[in-house]
Write a protein that binds this ligand. Structure first.
Ligand code: URA
Length: 188
């Protein structure tokens, strides 16, 4: 399956109840061909559902600013979510909804073949790192699965609620920037 086929399939998904209330299937944004980093959030909010793109609201703007400040190249990353359809009232997606959507995230992983996966927040950490992961415990830690490094940090929306998390978030992203630089140096 190529990206085009994947996206066409995802657009038609009705694997869980979230499909009934969505305006858009929010698949991803970023570099599909050279993205060595896959950032994974929780699920689309109102702005994302309206525009069909992940992280385009207030939390997304904060995230983009951090990526720019740390000089991430846009060629290096792709951003997706655990669930592709907005949970009503922005509630947290249920475990069943996450499980129903995981085949789409797995397909994105296979197509992108990232070197680094970064879980943003606890829903993503539970889906990607371990079922009972707590974000305060796993953030900033690194886990190897196959050829891929996994890590986690706070969800950008958490920084809007608690400014004190910004320092750790920035530090965690700086470590990701360092890791990707090391990987590039190894290859070059
Ligand atoms: N929060 C998320 O987890 N994902 C988005 O795309 C937007 C907000």
């Amino acid at each position: 399956m190529n990206w085009e086929e994947f996206e066409a399939k995802a657009q038609k998904c009705t694997s869980c109840g979230l499909s009934a209330t969505r305006n858009s299937v929010v698949i991803g944004r970023g570099s599909k061909n050279t993205g060595r980093i896959l950032f994974v959030g929780e699920g689309p909010g109102e702005n994302e559902d309206r525009r069909g793109l992940p992280f385009v609201g207030q939390a997304g703007r904060l995230f983009d600013l951090a990526l720019q400040a740390l000089e991430f190249s846009e060629d290096d990353y792709y951003i997706a979510n655990v669930v592709k359809c907005r949970p009503p009232e922005n509630r947290e997606p249920s475990e069943d909804e996450c499980n129903a959507c995981l085949p789409l995230l797995r397909a994105q992983f296979v197509l992108l073949r990232p070197k680094i996966v970064v879980a943003l927040g606890s829903v993503a950490a539970r889906a990607l790192i371990s079922r009972d992961a707590r974000i305060t415990a796993v953030r900033g830690q690194w886990f190897t699965k196959g050829d891929t490094l996994f890590t986690a940090t706070y969800h950008p929306a958490a920084l809007l609620r608690d400014e004190s998390k910004k320092i750790d978030f920035y530090y965690d992203l700086k470590e990701v920037a360092k890791a990707i630089k090391d990987l590039k140096n190894k290859v070059d």
